[in-house]
Design a protein around this ligand. Structure first.
Ligand code: PLP
Ligand code: COI
Length: 342
């Protein structure tokens, strides 16, 4: 694959596709220690055929973004939160921790080295960072790997869901992506492998993705594809599901805070029954890649429930979007420690 050329990119129509950028960060863990790590121009990895990542899925990843501000600076949104979640994911799979300060430093190095690929302010594009840790080395038993590799690579991205801030429709899935005492809380590859078939089935029916229900009874909403679900009740409460098998979304926690402190809404993390969608006047999917995707409607067992509209964005969802993205792009004052300059 040819190296990406920043001068040839159409910043307004980036989508969410892989590009081979000039630099990524790589560090290795061996004999109980991380190497210092360095930037590399090679986008391929050369690893043992016995690596635990290949057979047993011992790997965790993160997703965060760098934003270009109107004064042409570059900033990160809550990288410390990604570093903490990464630590938790690695711990769940018995992988070594990558220290929070080194995680943030590696991300910043990659952003600086690929600064030409941070989309201009006003295009809506961002530089998506993908930190990743995998088990490597020569060992075939089902045990933690003897060695690990940590990398961070980057991609300029636009909208994850086609159309960006326009409503998308979901259908409920018969499948589960994770179990309550499984790995749903961790950002690990197995959850995403489990989501490929349900996603394909949802897409074949014309939906953007599927809504996962609780794996015990299939009665409560858990996740909206690769994003968390939120609903706005008719009396202005921002509600998100609480469950041990959903990913603790940085965007979701940020929206909970903004809903309460900037928009004056009530907030609740609790049960969201699929047969009680009438309580919501608006709904959305939120995540780093998705940002906020307004949910037009959800299909469940042959019924299609429309929230605000299939074509228009609800006013509360729009306000949340403006507040969140304003902070991310540096045009709205950020709560303390939410943004870091690169
Ligand atoms: N849920 C899943 C399954 C995800 O993959 C993501 C994306 O990271 C999210 C939720 C949203 O999390 P965040 O807001 O931290 O990106
Ligand atoms: C993210 O929002 O960072 C995600 O991980 C979603 C998806 C691209 C896996």
């Amino acid at each position: 694959m040819a190296k990406a050329d920043a001068s040839k990119l159409d910043w307004n129509n980036l989508g969410f596709a892989y590009m081979d950028l000039p630099y990524r960060f790589l560090a290795t863990w061996k004999d109980g220690e991380w190497s210092d790590g360095e930037l590399s121009e090679d986008n391929t990895l050369h690893i043992s055929e016995a690596s635990t990542i290949l057979h047993y899925g011992q790997g965790a990843f993160e997703g965060l973004k760098a934003y270009r501000t109107p004064d042409n600076k570059i900033q990160l949104f809550r990288p410390d939160q990604n570093a903490k979640r990464f630590h938790n994911s690695c711990e769940r799979l018995l992988m070594p921790s990558f220290p929070e300060d080194k995680f943030i430093d590696a991300v910043k190095q990659v952003v600086k080295a690929n600064a030409d690929f941070v989309p201009p302010y006003g295009t809506g594009g961002t530089l998506y960072l993908r930190p990743l840790m995998i088990g490597i080395g020569d060992q075939i038993g089902v045990h933690p790997a003897p060695e690990y590799l940590f990398t961070v690579f980057a991609q300029p991205v636009g909208a994850y869901f086609k159309g960006g801030m326009t409503p998308v429709n979901f259908t409920t899935s018969q499948y589960d992506r994770a179990a309550h005492k499984g790995t749903g809380e961790a950002k690990v590859g197995g959850n995403y492998a489990a989501s490929l078939l349900p996603n394909k089935k949802a897409a074949a029916k014309g939906f953007a993705d599927c809504v996962y229900l609780d794996p015990v009874e299939h009665k409560k909403i858990e996740e909206a594809g690769a994003a968390n679900f939120f609903g706005i009740t008719k009396d202005d409460v921002f509600v998100t599901p609480k469950s041990p098998s959903i990913l603790p979304s940085v965007t979701k926690y940020s929206l909970l805070w903004l809903a309460e402190h900037r928009l004056g809404l009530g907030t609740e993390q609790g049960d969201v029954y699929i047969d009680q969608l009438d309580r919501f006047k608006e709904a959305g999917a939120c995540g780093t890649a998705a940002v906020i995707a307004p949910i037009g409607g959800i299909e469940h067992e042959g019924n299609f429930h429309v929230f605000y509209s299939e074509t228009e964005v609800g006013p509360v969802t729009q306000k949340l979007y403006n507040e969140l993205t304003g902070i991310q792009f540096g045009t709205v004052e950020a709560p303390e420690n939410w943004v870091q300059q690169v």
